[in-house]
Design a protein around this ligand. Structure first.
Ligand SMILES: Nc1ncnc2c1ncn2[C@@H]1O[C@H](COP(=O)(O)OP(=O)(O)OP(=O)(O)O)[C@@H](O)[C@H]1O
Length: 355
C-alpha cells in the first residue's frame, strides 16, 4: 500500500491547488471545500523518463504516494475531525499563505504566515500534550507500577517537557528500548512535516521579506521549508511540455516547485526507489531506506523473495554513462549480489529466483 501524505493548513491558503498540482486531479478548487480528497500522485523521476525513452516499454510506472487534501483548520470547531485525519497519514505538508490577494479571504482577516504557522503547530502540539498527560495520569493512578510503566513514565515526562516547550516529539532522541515502548502510541508531531510557503508572483521574483524569520522558526522546530508560488505553478502546468522547459530556463530554475515538493515528500518519508527495466515495463519501486535485496524482492512478489537466488544489480548512474547493458558488463559494473545486499536508490535490479 502506498504511503500517504496529508496537506494541512488554514482555510484558503492553497491546499487544493497544491493537491491538484501534485496529483493532476481535476477537482474544482474552492475556498469552502469541506471534504477531504484522496488521490494518487506519481513521483516524478528523470531516471524513469530516460529509461522509458531507451527501452520504449509497453508500460511505465512511477513510484506513487497517496495525497490527501485535509480541510482547513478553522478554529476549535472542527479540530477533532482535523486531528483524526492528521493521525491517519504518514507525513504532512503544511501549506502557509504568504501571497497577498484581495480576492481571497483569510479567516483571520489578514495575511500573517507566522501566526498561521503557529496556530496549526500549536494545535498539533496540544493534541500530543493531552495524549502524554492522559498516559501519565493513567500510570500515576495505578496502585502498583510495573517495571514497564516506570520506564514509560520516564519517557512520557521527557516528552511532556518537550511539548510544553513547544518542541515537536520528533526532536526527542529515543533509544531503541524507548522507541519500542512508544511503538503503538501515535504522536502527531512525530510525523515528518514539510512547510510550504505559498508566495505570490512578486514575492517569488523579488524575494520574500519574512523568509529569514520563517526559516528560523522552522529550523528550531526541525522542519524543512520550501517556497513555492502555487499560481505560477498552475501557469507552468498549463503550458505544453516544450514551452515548459523554455519557461523554466528563462526563470533560471531547473525544476518546478511541484517536482521539488514531490521529491522532498518522498525523501522525508524515508523512501528510495529501486528500478526495474525491460520492454514490458520500466518501473520505480518505492522501498524504505536500508532494505536488503531479498526484502526488496518481496515488494515485487512474495514468491521472488521466497525463491531468491541472486540480484543482478547495476547503478542507474553507471548504466546511464555506459548506455547499454553490454557496455556495463564490459566495464565490470554489473554485479551479482546476495540476499543481504542493501539496496541503494537508483539501483537497476533484476532478481534471479527459483520456486
Ligand atoms: N500563490 C497564490 N497567489 C494567488 N492566489 C493563490 C495562490 N495560491 C492559491 N491562490 C488562490 O487562493 C484561493 C484558495 O486556494 P485553494 O482553494 O487551493 O485553498 P485551500 O487551502 O484548499 O482552501 P480550503 O481550505 O477552503 O479548501 C484560490 O482562488 C486560489 O486560486
Amino acid at each position: 500500500m502506498a504511503l500517504s501524505c496529508g496537506l494541512i493548513g488554514m482555510p484558503a491558503v492553497g491546499k487544493s491547488t497544491f493537491f491538484k498540482l501534485l496529483t493532476g486531479a481535476d477537482i474544482s478548487i474552492g475556498t469552502y471545500a469541506d471534504h477531504a480528497n484522496i488521490k494518487i500522485a506519481n513521483i516524478p523521476d528523470k531516471r524513469i523518463d530516460w529509461l522509458t525513452k531507451l527501452f520504449e516499454p509497453k508500460k511505465t510506472t512511477f513510484a506513487q504516494l497517496e495525497i490527501i487534501d485535509i480541510p482547513g483548520l478553522q478554529g476549535s470547531g472542527n479540530s477533532r475531525e482535523f486531528l483524526s485525519r492528521v493521525d491517519q497519514v504518514d507525513a504532512l505538508v503544511h501549506v502557509v499563505r504568504a501571497f497577498r490577494e484581495d480576492q481571497v479571504f483569510h479567516i483571520d482577516g489578514s495575511v500573517n504566515p507566522m501566526r498561521d504557522l503557529d496556530t496549526v503547530n500549536s494545535e498539533l502540539l496540544l493534541a500530543d500534550l493531552q495524549l502524554v498527560e492522559t498516559r501519565i495520569e493513567r500510570i500515576n493512578a495505578a496502585k502498583k507500577r510495573t517495571a514497564e510503566q516506570e520506564k514509560e513514565l520516564k519517557v512520557m515526562e521527557r516528552l511532556q517537557e518537550t511539548l510544553e516547550n513547544e518542541q515537536r516529539v520528533a526532536t526527542v532522541e529515543l533509544n531503541a528500548d524507548e522507541q519500542e515502548l512508544l511503538q503503538h502510541v501515535h504522536f502527531l508531531t512525530d510525523k515528518p512535516m514539510i512547510v510550504v510557503i505559498n508566495l505570490d508572483e512578486e514575492q517569488l521574483s523579488q524575494g520574500y521579506a519574512k523568509e529569514t524569520e520563517i526559516k528560523k522558526y522552522c529550523g528550531d522546530m526541525g522542519l524543512r521549508v520550501l517556497e513555492i508560488c502555487a499560481k505560477v505553478e498552475m501557469e507552468i502546468n498549463e503550458l505544453p511540455a516544450e514551452e515548459r522547459v523554455e519557461f523554466l530556463q528563462d526563470m533560471g530554475i531547473e525544476e518546478t516547485g511541484i517536482v521539488r515538493l514531490a521529491e522532498v515528500i518522498y525523501d522525508t518519508l524515508g523512501l528510495i526507489s529501486f528500478l526495474t527495466v525491460g520492454t514490458d515495463e520500466v518501473r520505480a519501486w518505492p522501498i524504505d531506506k536500508g532494505l536488503t535485496a531479498r526484502q526488496a524482492a518481496g515488494k515485487i512478489h512474495s514468491d521472488i523473495a521466497r525463491g531468491f537466488i541472486r540480484a543482478e544489480v547495476v547503478s542507474f548512474q553507471d548504466f546511464h554513462q555506459a548506455g547499454s547493458m553490454d557496455a556495463v558488463k564490459e566495464k565490470g559494473q554489473f554485479r551479482l549480489e546476495d540476499k543481504d545486499y542493501i539496496v541503494h536508490d537508483g539501483d537497476i535490479v533484476s532478481f534471479r529466483f527459483n520456486i
